[in-house]
Design a protein around this ligand. Structure first.
Ligand code: PLP
Length: 408
């Protein structure tokens, strides 16, 4: 199947949820940054497994268990190819971005971080890429340092070198800010950190949705993302890490499937990737994620990016034309989302009125309180676009904002 931008209905017809009405109005779904909708092929893949093929992986030798195992490992290979990892055992299935970061913060932290060490994060991170590092630093007596961003929304990469010290153990950074939309220069950040022999974790929660990654090209040491943000199911995600690091890091959780032998005297751990996949994995989620990636792969990626940029430019121009709206994040390299505030109108009121008009947007701190603090705000409104959104939907949303303004 190939995507033709001239026929938006073709792409939208793959997503059954988009054709419904909400509050009596046609749904306009602009909360793709929180979670993206699922194409029918993903829904079908999950339904098929639940209705006719469910068997626990890596255990049974019966038909269904073997089928699920085969498909689970095929999904791992699909993910490997999607992010261009060198080896499929560098792909660990997790519950999502948050789970992946916590895994690294615990396991990498156990191995490498001691009192007095430093971890560098940035001011534009989602809480998921702040709190696990704070917890690690509290546990170990280490310090969390913060690379700031400029008011424009651009990360101050120029300051990174001076923030790195002989005590720095890791740099962790988002590929794309979920508030500002900024697409960070990951390869450049990796280059700066690697020049000082410091590994880099990239939070790809938004990046995997807007353009993806080539982990070998960027050179990052860890890359994490969530299935539900790239048109796959919830409860599944991926941690990519370089083989050498995974070999050296201790397991995060113990249990079934992550062991070779167990006795009360001694337990030996399974090889990669299973060492980091304790317990029954979310194999149905992983297979669903594989289906989502295959769906994305069947589309024309260039056209998808173009559509998202068209939507971003149209949305930005429309917002700028309304008095009293402030946009946050004006980086020159920006993904398809716009966060803004309306003067003298609370962000929750904006989102609530839009909801009555069938328009779903996000409001609040966007799980990034430090970004709110940067601008002295308690919250923002965010519209985040996917390739299945349309210019007409943006116009409906903008009319809604004008209505909010006149009502309030
Ligand atoms: N990082 C970023 C940049 C995000 O946008 C999000 C979710 O919005 C997360 C991390 C957390 O993702 P999840 O809740 O799927 O673990």
């Amino acid at each position: 199947m190939t995507y033709e931008p001239s026929t938006m209905n073709t792409i939208r017809s793959h997503f059954p949820i988009l054709s419904q009405t909400v509050n009596g109005k046609p749904l306009v779904y602009f909360d793709n940054g929180a979670t993206a909708q699922k194409p029918q092929v993903v829904i079908d893949a999950i339904n098929e497994l639940h209705s006719s093929l469910n068997g626990n992986i890596h255990r049974g030798i019966h038909y269904m268990a073997e089928q699920c195992t085969e498909r689970y490992e095929a999904a791992r290979e699909t993910v490997r190819a999607y992010i261009n990892a060198a080896k499929s055992h560098e792909v660990i299935f997790t519950a999502g971005t948050t789970a992946g970061i916590n895994l690294v913060a615990f396991s990498f932290g156990e191995k490498y971080v001691t009192a007095g060490d430093e971890i560098i994060t940035t001011e534009m991170e989602h809480h998921s890429n702040v709190v696990p590092w704070q917890m690690l630093c509290n546990r170990k007596g280490a310090t969390l340092k913060v690379l700031p961003f400029a008011d424009s929304g651009e990360l101050r990469v120029d300051l990174l070198s001076s923030l790195i010290s002989p005590k720095t153990k890791l740099v962790t950074v988002t590929q794309i800010s979920n508030v500002l939309g900024t697409i960070n220069p990951i390869a450049e950040i990796v280059k700066i950190a690697h020049a000082r022999h410091i590994p880099v974790l990239v939070d790809g929660a938004q990046g995997a949705q807007h353009g993806g990654v080539d982990v070998q090209q960027t050179g990052c040491d860890f890359y994490v993302f969530s299935g539900h943000k790239i048109y796959g199911p919830t409860g599944i995600g991926v941690l990519y890490a370089k083989e050498k690091l995974l070999e050296e890091m201790p397991p995060y959780q113990g249990g079934g499937d992550m062991v070779k032998t167990v006795s009360f005297a001694k337990t030996t751990y399974a090889d990669l990737p299973y060492k980091f996949e304790a317990g029954t994995a979310n194999y149905i989620g992983a297979i669903g994620l594989g289906a989502a990636i295959s769906f994305i792969n069947s589309l024309n990626k260039k056209e998808l990016r173009k559509q998202e940029q068209t939507l971003l430019q149209h949305a930005t121009a429309q917002l700028r034309a309304i008095d009293g709206i402030n946009i946050y994040g004006n980086a020159s390299n920006k993904a398809g989302l716009v966060s803004f505030s309306m003067e003298r109108i609370h962000h929750l009121d904006v989102a609530q009125i839009l909801d009555k008009l069938g328009v779903a947007v996000r409001s609040g701190t966007l799980c990034a309180e430090p970004v709110m603090q940067h601008y002295g705000l308690t919250g923002m409104v965010r519209a985040s676009f996917a390739f299945y959104n349309t210019i007409e939907e943006i116009n409906v949303w903008v009319e809604g904002l004008k209505r909010v303004k006149s009502m309030m």
